[in-house]
Design a protein around this ligand. Structure first.
Ligand code: GCW
Length: 708
């Protein structure tokens, strides 16, 4: 009987098999882009011929072991069986070799630096092999990931690659109580309480994922830092994390609170010129390096949003940064000093957008060599769209770092789909015009930081599509010239399926998604119109906060006469902080890119847009376009249902549905508000918001995640 049932069941399943061929098993997203699913038969045959065995020619190390483990894991997944590690080179071996064992490649490898790699089919010791070669073990690890990536998506691996920026770090805004500031994916992955004894398996998978992208540093704690993080128990906890990350080529850094010695009552001031304070930091650095010999250094937010800093003692940013730099210099550590400042004298200032440049530009050339100034991509604060920060290209004597925000504080959190690859690309490729032949933002950089969107959620980032932003950040940190589209395609192929019927529509969804969010939140260069403090939902009407530059009305300046912030010479003249060519071009609204129009200009409602519409009609049109596009995103995703596992499909679908509601709310509330100030009628065809403005103003968002 039992045999009969089993056989009957088997034949039913066999009958069903062709219909089910594309309905993949449920996935929860934990594996990120490192899924290593079985390849099609022909691809398996091709791959088997390239990796019959795995051979390491040099000395084994924890890092080469990680590379070999990952190759075996990847190949086991894709082929059903992992090739064994062998001692001798044989035909079809996959060989990991450093420059020392490859004299004939030494010259070529010399161009690839410490972290680069080359990948090729070649003859070695009389055998046809697949070669992964590098100057260092971590280069071999990066090469292994690159080779696996190509295998997983059926692409030819790049022949060679080396990162342009040496410093490619994540910034966790994670507090010691595990609350993540602007985190939308659960708690912090760092369980500080359980550390150092209990090291979650996630730390290793975090390291794998980051190493697969080439991220080589991580700042474990929030820039709004606490003194405790630099006490002995927390140093031991950070050391335990560093031990896990080290074989993956990832260094640990900490955010330091400038007043730490004073707050711990170990000095009676935090003045950077006080010898006692200087000695305290030197001793502290020595203590940290004893526990973490390859500690990266400090990240500091000073004199910004209430954080302490050198200006509290009438010293400048360079005085503060250089004091910390001197403490870590003997250990080859660095200081990443943030330029996100708007604390000092803002009340008198005409424009918050000017503050960082005003404070930092005069200090160019005064920072110690191991200080990098970390500059947000735009001059306000991670808005859905900002022009590039005028400091890029303006401090030629100071190494600068880019700070992008991966967590989508202003782009729909982990609910709305907004692929940030296009935003990264837009900023990195912007021409600062600070050199006669042009100089892109990328060319002004010495490093790059991304504010992490990682949390304790099973899928790491809260939504499946937000994994793409972590991925894109890492890939573009490695290669700032990479195209956002190519990166999206790579990600989609690894994360969902290499099937072109999946990749093409997913890439299309991703590529337009950020512009869609811009359209339904802050079109045409508008910015900073979100709900107070939690930043959820629209609130363009807010005008009652203590500081003028916390209020949305300060930024959009909408009134009967028009809308927008005049940053030309007739206004705040923030434009003068840019290179003359840009300042000239953007001085005229006719030659200002439409997407930045209201960032730089205050224009009348009847201003004629290139489309032939008035500014008022254009603004309304953008809001409607944003809403229509969220509906299209949803519809497009629904066509993919047969091709994506049910669980992830449903999880994405729920968010896209909610995104439509978010977009509608932004549209209705903003139109209701702007109409109340413009006093203009809605043109024919534009639907009136269903509720009176007061109802939108009354909306509350209690317990919204990610609060500061
Ligand atoms: O965008 C703002 C955030 C704050 C954050 C700050 C910063 C860490 O709302 O939460 O604080 O930027 O970058 O320092």
């Amino acid at each position: 009987m039992r045999i009969f049932l089993t056989t009957a069941l088997a034949s039913v399943l066999l009958l069903l098999a062709p219909m089910q061929a594309t309905a993949a098993a449920d996935e929860d997203g934990y594996d990120l882009w490192l899924r290593y699913k079985p390849l099609e038969h022909s691809a398996q045959t091709r791959l088997k011929a390239q990796a019959g065995s795995i051979v390491l020619t040099g000395k084994p190390s924890p890092t080469t072991q990680v590379a070999i483990d990952e190759l075996q894991k990847g190949l086991a997944g894709m082929l059903g069986r992992a090739p064994a590690q062998a001692a001798k080179v044989a035909d079809n071996a996959l060989v990991l070799a450093t420059a020392a064992s490859l004299p004939e490649l030494r010259a070529e490898l010399a161009t690839l630096g410490d972290e680069g790699y080359l990948l090729r089919r070649t003859r070695l010791q009389g055998h046809n092999v697949t070669l992964i070669a590098a100057n260092s073990d971590v280069g071999l690890l990066y090469g292994s990931y690159a080779w696996l990536r190509a295998a997983a998506i059926g692409a030819a691996p790049e022949a060679s690659s080396a990162p342009q920026l040496k410093l490619r770090v994540l910034n966790h805004w994670d507090n010691l109580d595990r609350h993540v500031e602007r985190g939308y994916a659960g708690q912090s992955i760092w369980d500080w309480w359980a550390l150092p004894d209990i090291k979650d398996r996630r730390y290793t998978d975090y390291a794998r994922a980051n190493a697969s992208l080439g991220i080589n540093g991580t700042v474990l704690n929030n820039v709004n830092s606490k003194p405790e993080v630099l006490t002995a128990p927390y140093i031991a906890k950070a050391a335990a994390v560093a031990d896990v990350l080290r074989p993956y080529g990832i260094k640990v850094y900490l955010s330091a609170r400038f007043s730490t010695p004073l707050e711990l009552r170990e000095t009676d001031t935090a003045d950077p010129l006080s010898p006692a304070v200087q000695a305290w930091w030197k001793n502290k650095a020595d203590e940290i390096y004893k526990a973490i010999p390859d500690f990266g250094g400090f990240l500091v937010k000073a004199n910004s949003e209430g954080q302490p800093g050198p200006q509290d003692y009438h010293r400048n940013h360079a005085d503060g940064a250089n004091m910390l730099a001197a403490a870590v210099a003997p250990h080859k550590g660095i200081v990443m000093w943030r330029a996100f400042v708007y604390a000092h004298g803002t009340e008198k200032s005409t424009d918050r957008a000017k503050q960082a440049w005003d404070e930092f530009k005069p200090l160019d050339g005064t920072f110690a060599p191991n200080v990098l100034v970390q500059v947000k991509n735009g001059a306000i604060d991670f808005q859905p769209r900002e022009p590039f920060h005028p400091l890029f290209g303006a401090m030629p004597k100071t190494p600068l770092m880019m700070e992008f925000q991966i967590t989508k504080e202003y782009l729909g959190f982990s609910t709305d789909l907004a692929y940030l690859g296009t935003m990264f690309e837009e900023t990195l490729k912007s021409d600062t015009k600070t050199a006669p032949q042009g100089r892109t933002v990328t060319q002004t950089l010495s490093g790059i930081a991304g504010v992490s969107n990682i949390g304790s959620d099973r899928n790491w980032t809260g939504s499946h599509f937000d994994q793409a932003n972590w991925y894109a950040y890492g890939r573009m940190a490695w290669n700032p010239q990479a195209s956002a589209r190519a990166v999206a395609a790579e990600w989609a192929a690894q994360t969902f399926s290499p099937d072109p019927r999946v990749v093409a529509p997913v890439v299309e969804m991703m590529m337009s998604s950020r512009e869609t969010v811009v359209d339904y939140m802050t079109p045409l260069g508008l910015h900073h119109m979100m709900g107070t403090s939690h930043h959820h939902g629209p609130a363009p009407w807010v005008d009652n906060l203590e500081r003028p530059d916390w209020n949305p009305v300060y930024y959009h300046r909408a009134g009967r006469d028009g809308i927008g912030f005049d940053r030309t010479a007739s206004g705040s003249n923030a434009l003068a902080q840019y290179a003359p060519e840009i300042a000239r071009q953007y001085a005229d609204p006719r030659t200002t890119p439409e997407q930045l129009l209201l960032w730089f200009h205050h224009l009348p409602w009847d201003y004629q847009m290139p489309s032939g519409r008035t500014l008022w009609a254009e603004l309304l049109g953008r809001y409607d376009k944003g809403v229509a596009e969220t509906r299209e995103l949803h519809a497009r995703w629904m066509t993919l249902k047969p091709l994506i596992d049910a669980r992830r499909h449903a999880e994405v679908e729920q968010r896209l549905t909610r995104q439509i509601d978010n977009a509608v709310l932004w549209r209705d509330a903003c139109i209701a508000y702007f109409q109340s100030v413009s006093g203009l009628p809605l043109p024919p065809g534009v639907k009136a918001p269903p509720l009176p403005l007061e109802k939108y103003k009354a909306l509350q968002y209690p317990y919204a995640p990610g609060r500061g």
